[in-house]
Design a protein around this ligand. Structure first.
Ligand code: ARG
Length: 588
């Protein structure tokens, strides 16, 4: 269905055309002076230069042509030549009713795509830290938005499961438990089912091994050798690797689950390895890869580049594959399995060059079609209040679990402050609200920007925060519950009706923007646009709520209109937060 702004613009275009002006001048925008009007058209200002006339003359002509148009309550030309627009409330009510009945409230997708979205990107056996939080939170929201828009979306966590950390763990394990069969070269039997470590041991082994490798050259070399042995298929190490994977992935699933994040595919760098030899051969055969200082590289520069981009290294001089090699090989696999027309990668923005290289090599070598969209959604750093990358009090990296616990605690305290609910209920509510605080705190910033992580602010029930949005939803829920209770469970899915109540009209106009906002957020991979929309919508609702006696209204027609509107409002709000990746409790 057409967007509200589109419908208004069409009328203005016709009016400009009718007066023999270019119809492009008819563009209408949301008013930046909501106290004066709802929408405005500034086309007469631009027209003045084109047609050498006073802007107000053009504005007056256009306004004249629109006088009898039923879409508008008023269309006014004001000096020096702006046109202020107020919509007819009946027209808006009708629009909302159409929207209510339409699929996805009128969001449309003219060319549905098959999308592979790569986010999360946890590194197996290393603790999940806040750096991985952004990828998970942003990626999950983008996935939900694209799926809502009717695209076929395949999400892949793309684990870092094939690097030096594996060699480090194996080497450290051998130091600690040299008697394990994996380290007995003469052993030829089966390897045990049971992993030789628990998740908590594993979590402790990696940081310890990593620290050792920084001071102990011999240890570092052993770990390097162990990695190479694993990568060349040495059976005992492969058996350990499988244990590491099983124990870690189980734990990762739990952690992502707590974040309300889930993936269709739990693949990783290791899955791409079989495709590497073919990839390298293909690059050589196509004369794209050449030797440079012992390494094998592919040029990616283009004529119109403003700065020089280094070639993509696909094989190191010691024969080892690199990050780019494994990403290219993964694309081969994804082409075979899904043939997507759109790839989205969500990772730290400092990886931008890497992705530029990978995308260009993919196109140059025809691994993907020329018109396949490849997008990198790079995010900024999460900083502490001091403006430096977020750390624990003692300077270490903050673990995600601890971060979640902290935010839940802050919310829990707030709930207990002003309510007398049981501890159990407060705990459950705190989990739901805490997740919203965390995710909204992140998503409300444009992804590419760095942001300051501030628990007190994120957990506040006031201002542009997740809890404020949830509070608004809970408030509407409770009004609807009361209405149902007093009306013997009457239906709340009623038609929206026209009104002369100013704040009600504001709310209607805000709800009507939903489809346009979502289409735009999907197009731009921009969850922050949905955040600013739910914030505006919540503010407008709360103003309406404070100015209107909803349940006490005696005029039953009016009251039914209020209920219809707030019911549509809550449906839209809940749809939005679902797209952001969180939900609302029943009470808070
Ligand atoms: N594991 C990587 C990291 O921690 C992120 C992976 C991003 N995805 C990709 N296909 N390279 O930095």
């Amino acid at each position: 269905m057409k967007k509200l702004l589109e419908l208004i613009t069409e009328e203005f275009e016709k009016a400009f055309e009718k007066n023999e002006y270019d119809k492009k001048l008819g563009k209408v925008v949301v008013s930046n002076r909501p106290d004066l009007c709802q929408y405005q058209c500034n086309g007469a200002m631009a027209g003045a230069k084109l047609y050498h006339k006073a802007p107000i003359m053009i504005a007056n002509q256009v306004v004249e042509s629109l006088q009898d148009n039923e879409m508008f309550e008023s269309v006014e030309a004001v000096m020096p030549g702006f046109i202020n627009i107020k919509l007819n409330s009946e027209f808006v009510a009708k629009y909302l009713n159409d929207m209510k009945e339409a699929d996805k409230y009128g969001c449309e997708n003219k060319a549905p795509e098959t999308i592979v979205i790569d986010y999360g990107g946890a590194n197996v056996a290393k603790p999940l830290h806040v750096g991985h939080l952004r990828s998970a939170v942003i990626g999950e929201s983008v996935k939900r938005i694209e799926r809502f828009m009717g695209n076929k979306v395949i999400s892949d966590v793309h684990l870092g499961d094939w690097g030096l950390q594996m060699g480090l763990i194996i080497t450290e394990l051998e130091c600690r438990k040299p008697d394990l069969v994996y380290f007995d070269e003469s052993y030829t039997g089966e390897y045990p089912e049971e992993a030789p470590f628990t998740i908590s041991e594993l979590e402790e082994i990696y940081p310890c091994a990593s620290a050792k490798s920084k001071v102990d050259e011999e240890f570092k070399e052993k770990a390097h050798q162990a990695t190479l042995k694993l990568q060349s298929g040495y059976a005992p190490y492969t058996a350990i690797w499988k244990h590491i994977m099983k124990v870690s992935v189980e734990d990762l699933k739990k952690n992502y689950g707590n974040l309300n994040v889930d993936f269709d595919l739990w693949k990783g760098e290791s899955d791409a390895q079989p495709y590497i030899p073919g990839l390298i051969q293909d690059l050589i055969d196509k004369k794209l890869a050449y030797e440079s200082q012992g390494a094998l590289v592919v040029d990616i520069s283009k004529e119109d580049d403003t700065k020089e981009l280094p070639p993509c290294i696909v094989r190191k001089s010691d024969g080892a594959a690199l990050y780019a090699t494994s990403d290219l090989a993964t694309i081969i696999q994804r082409e075979q399995d899904y043939k997507p027309n759109h790839y989205i990668y969500v990772a730290d923005k400092r990886q931008e060059l890497h992705f530029t290289q990978v995308f260009r090599v993919s196109k140059k070598a025809n691994i993907v079609d020329e018109n396949t969209k490849m997008e990198f959604l790079g995010f900024g750093t999460m900083n502490g209040k001091d403006g430096k990358p977020f750390k624990t009090r003692d300077g270490g990296v903050m673990r995600l679990e601890n971060l979640i616990a902290q935010i839940n605690k802050a919310v829990y305290d707030k709930i207990m402050e002003n309510r007398t609910v049981s501890e159990e209920e407060a705990n459950n509510t705190a989990k739901i609200v805490g997740l919203a605080a965390l995710k909204y705190g992140d998503l409300s910033n444009q992804a590419s920007k760095d942001y300051i992580f501030d628990i007190d602010r994120f957990a506040s029930f006031e201002g542009n925060t997740g809890p404020y949005i949830l509070y608004t939803i809970v408030r509407i829920k409770s009004i609807l519950e009361k209405y149902k209770a007093e009306s013997g469970n009457a239906d709340v899915n009623l038609p929206v009706i026209s009104t002369d109540n100013g704040s009600q009209m504001q709310l209607m106009l805000e709800v009507a923007k939903f489809n346009e906002i979502i289409e735009n957020a999907a197009e731009e991979l921009a969850p922050h646009k949905i955040c600013s929309y739910v914030y505006d919508l919540s503010n407008v609702f709360n103003r309406f709520y404070h100015e209107t006696k909803i349940l006490a209204e005696e005029d039953q027609t009016k009251k039914a209109g209020y209920i219809a509107l707030i019911n549509l409002t809550i449906n839209v709000l809940e749809q939005c937060i679902d797209l952001l990746g969180f939900s609302a409790p029943d009470r808070m």
